[in-house]
Design a protein around this ligand. Structure first.
Ligand SMILES: N[C@@H](CCC(=O)N[C@@H](CS)C(=O)NCC(=O)O)C(=O)O
Length: 205
């Protein structure tokens, strides 16, 4: 399989983490939407990452659809996502909060970095960063009651939370000043020691 995109994108990195946790072999093609739009357009008509090209050439787009497939083929014991019921709903809810933090963190970064300075709308940046903070606070609260966000082992909720937290640390570090989310920071540190997370840290260049 071939994963398209760089791990700077939290959506790409969470896909990389899941591939590694499930021990699924893949290569990564580090294309970026800023520099490689033409190449990416040949793979995904809306020019976004990640995409995953399967061994038979089928191309999946959007991290949600990609991870849905990876869990279907690789998480047959339902470790990362419970098979059903209240546990599944709880993991999906927390995973959605992590995914929302990624979306709002990316939106804030695009507003600040992809527009000419005079066109940046500060009130809107403040609003999306308030949404990032709300999501991180909710994840921090969930992380405060045990070693994992839900249950007694690592799930998709932890993957998204840690990747979202790490991304905010890169893209809007000032939001983490004075360690406002200590339980989430501790979870990120613990998970950071696992190869699936350590091997997917974005390295520029
Ligand atoms: N819902 C998508 C979001 C993907 C996304 O926004 N990726 C960003 C990179 S971090 C991107 O491709 N941005 C370019 C664009 O949206 O124009 C997913 O979960 O995969």
């Amino acid at each position: 399989m071939q994963l398209i995109g760089r791990n700077l994108s939290p959506f790409v990195r969470r896909t990389s983490v899941i591939l590694k946790l499930l021990d699924l072999p893949y290569e990564q093609r580090g294309l970026s939407t800023a520099d490689d739009a033409e190449e990416i357009a040949k793979i995904n008509p809306v020019v976004r990452v990640p995409s995953l090209i399967l061994d038979d050439g089928e191309c999946l787009i959007d991290s949600n659809a990609i991870i849905d497939h990876l869990l279907e083929v690789g998480d047959t014991g339902h470790q990362l996502l419970p098979a059903g019921g209240a546990d599944r709903r709880a993991v999906l809810r927390l995973a959605a909060i992590g995914h929302g933090v990624m979306e709002k963190g990316v939106a804030s970064s695009y507003e600040r970095n992809r527009r000419p300075k005079e066109l940046v709308y500060d009130d809107w940046v403040k609003m999306v960063e308030g949404q990032v903070a709300g999501g991180l606070a909710a994840l921090n609260e969930a992380a405060s009651s045990g070693d994992y966000l839900h249950g007694d082992h690592l799930t998709l909720a932890d993957v998204n939370a840690v990747v979202a937290y790490d991304f905010v640390g890169i893209a809007a570090r000032y939001l983490l000043k004075d360690d406002p989310y200590p339980a989430l920071a501790a979870l990120a540190q613990r998970c950071g020691g696992l190869p699936a997370f350590a091997d997917t840290v974005f390295k520029p260049g």
